[in-house]
Design a protein around this ligand. Structure first.
Ligand code: ADP
Length: 339
């Protein structure tokens, strides 16, 4: 796949009132590939929002280059920048709909700005509302809609001018779990049926799990890991990504949980990585049996990322834990003793 946007060693610093500077984005190089759903994840303050503002040219990099379709955004005039921005759709956590306009009025607004005539505007608005399942609410006002419906209007409006790229900044963070799923599957359709490339900024595991093809993990302004979503979540390579994945997935016990588990379970606590390898549970059981170890399942979580199994199971081992650990590793099964 070719790159829709390329960031080349992009940094963005802000001056603080006390005279110090904060580097919100620090030498980030990243390709957003045509047709993909890329999730940018990381804790609050990691630099995700600033990265998005650099992608849509709302912020100018302190150094480095942002290339969109081979064009360097840092070299464009204000007029050219406005044209470049109009090719990028944006949706927000708080929806940012016009309260005084109807649903149809909100969706039609960017078309009006783009100079599309009334007839074509109405046609396109109806088509978009149909796509997001809200044709029957065309004449409602935003305050008459649920959060999920508001976000669907936000998506329709963002797509009005047919942008090849959609940026979603914490777009499901204000929604309940059920509505989140509904909005995420709509975003998936936007990607697969309309071919729109999507960058989602999120701290929510559910959003990543359901729609991201790739993830980019940020910490302290730096891009610490980029890869296929399944790979990054099942086997994060860097300590920063490991920390984030661990706290986002809850598959491994936290420090507090571990302390409580130790009180209840005096044996050695070992966590085994669960992958989508066939017959994995049988193989784990076999290793325990043949090494003369009794394993009691005390903690864990197994779920799916892009329809592939991933997770971790924590066992209390009694008998010959060392032999069991060695045998697990010899069998190619990733296991760690909980320190
Ligand atoms: P995230 O979206 O991951 O929470 P942000 O990009 O919002 O992270 O912020 C990254 C860092 O940059 C934070 O320390 C934040 O305080 C700082 N920052 C972001 N925007 C500005 C700004 N306009 N002025 C000063 N500091 C900013």
């Amino acid at each position: 796949m070719s790159a829709l946007i390329t960031l080349e060693k992009v940094s963005k610093s802000f001056g603080r009132r006390d005279g110090s500077t904060v580097t919100a984005v620090d030498a980030v190089s990243l390709d957003v590939l045509e047709g993909e759903v890329l999730a940018v994840i990381g804790y609050s303050g990691a630099g995700k929002s600033t990265l998005v503002r650099l992608l849509n040219a709302l912020e100018k990099p302190t150094s480095g280059h942002v290339l969109v379709g081979g064009q360097d955004l840092t070299k464009l005039s204000e007029k050219q920048l406005r044209a470049a921005r109009s090719k990028i759709g944006m949706i927000f956590q708080q929806f940012n709909l016009f309260r005084s306009r109807t649903v149809a009025g909100n969706v039609a607004y960017p078309l009006k700005v783009a100079g599309v005539g009334p007839k074509e505007r109405d046609r396109r608005t109806a088509e978009l509302l149909d796509f997001v399942g809200l044709l029957d609410r065309a004449h409602s006002y935003p305050e008459q809609l649920s959060g999920g419906q508001k976000q669907r209007v936000g998506i329709a409006r963002a797509l009005a001018t047919n942008p090849p790229l959609l940026l979603a900044d914490e777009a499901t963070s204000a929604l309940d779990p059920e509505t989140t799923t509904e909005v995420l599957s709509l975003l998936r359709r936007v990607n697969t049926e309309l071919g729109v490339t999507i960058v989602v900024i999120t701290h929510e595991m559910e959003a990543v799990r359901q729609i991201a093809d790739r993830v980019a993990v940020m910490e302290n302004g730096r891009l610490v890991e980029v890869g296929d979503t399944y790979d990054v979540f099942s086997d994060p390579q860097t300590p920063a990504a490991q920390r984030f994945v661990r706290s986002a997935t809850h598959d491994r016990p936290s420090a507090d949980t571990l302390e409580r588990l130790r009180h209840q379970h005096p044996g050695r606590l070992v966590s085994v990585r669960i992958t989508d390898e066939p017959r994995l549970q049988q193989r784990i059981d076999e290793v325990f049996r043949s090494s003369g170890t009794t394993a009691e399942l005390v903690y864990g979580g197994v779920s799916e990322i892009r329809e592939r199994r991933t997770g971790s199971l924590t066992y209390e081992l009694t008998g010959s834990p060392d032999a069991a650990l060695e045998a697990l590793r010899a069998a190619g099964i990733h296991a760690v003793e909980e320190a």
